[in-house]
Design a protein around this ligand. Structure first.
Ligand code: ZN
Length: 238
């Protein structure tokens, strides 16, 4: 019966790759799934538009799966929901913009009627079986990004989602570092952390600098046509 008090962290995607972020947290009869993203195909995947995670573990344990909690609205965090929810029709919890983007997908795809989309605000917790998930404000290149404090009877797991520390975000407030500090003081069992570009030294600049850079590029080329592209639904930048 030793097994009883352990929490399992089961990555179903997102490790050693960019994209397809999805992690299951399991405690006894409860599974909560963090994010449900796609990956974009590699050069050798000819004819393939997008890559969807294998969720056999979740469908095999479907009675335990209590819901999805989504950190933010980028495709590599929400893009697989239309493919996975028909197999796993459980509620989806996220902040406002993230829910809005998921709702758009529901218009595009035929979705099971019983799937509920629930908007949460920063600081709010949702109780899913034996696990309580708290949404914490972070900064990212899209608004309404959240980190999650996943409270289980075995301890707290902090999942950062994608984040940066931006003291001058273009939209909304600064990341809630005070809440991270409080959680740290009380003790955290595990930190699941965004690692994109961690091997690069220095700081990530504020999103504010993107606009300034555009201003100078436009000023330098005022008599020529400029084509602007964006990556990965960087809504704040738009
Ligand atoms: Zn992201």
């Amino acid at each position: 019966m030793e097994e009883k008090n352990k929490v399992k962290v089961i990555p179903l995607g997102g490790l050693e790759q960019i994209g397809m972020n999805i992690t299951a947290i399991e405690y006894e009869d409860t599974i909560v799934v963090v994010d449900c993203g796609i990956a974009f195909p590699e050069d050798d995947m000819l004819g393939i538009d997008l890559v969807v995670p294998d969720v056999t573990y979740l469908t095999d344990n479907i009675e335990k799966v209590k819901g999805f909690v989504i950190t933010h609205g980028h495709e590599d965090h929400i893009g697989a929901l239309p493919y996975i929810l028909p197999k796993l029709p459980v509620p989806v919890y996220a902040t406002r913009l993230t829910i809005g983007l998921i709702e758009n997908k529901f218009k595009e795809f035929e979705m099971p009627k019983k799937v509920k989309l629930k908007t949460v605000v920063y600081g709010q917790s949702v109780v899913l079986g034996k696990i309580r998930v708290e949404f914490i404000r972070t900064n990212h290149s899209i608004a309404d990004a959240a980190a999650l404090a996943i409270h289980t009877p075995a301890g707290v797991i902090v999942h950062t989602g994608d984040f940066k520390i931006d003291y001058t975000p273009v939209y909304g407030d600064t990341i809630d570092l005070a809440r991270f500090a409080e959680l740290g003081k009380k003790g955290v069992l595990a930190l699941i952390c965004d690692s994109t570009n961690v091997l690069r030294t220095g700081f990530t600049m504020s999103e504010k600098t993107v606009g300034k850079t555009f201003d100078s590029v436009f000023a330098e080329h005022s008599s020529r046509r400029i084509i602007v592209a964006t990556f990965s639904s960087n809504v704040d930048r738009v």
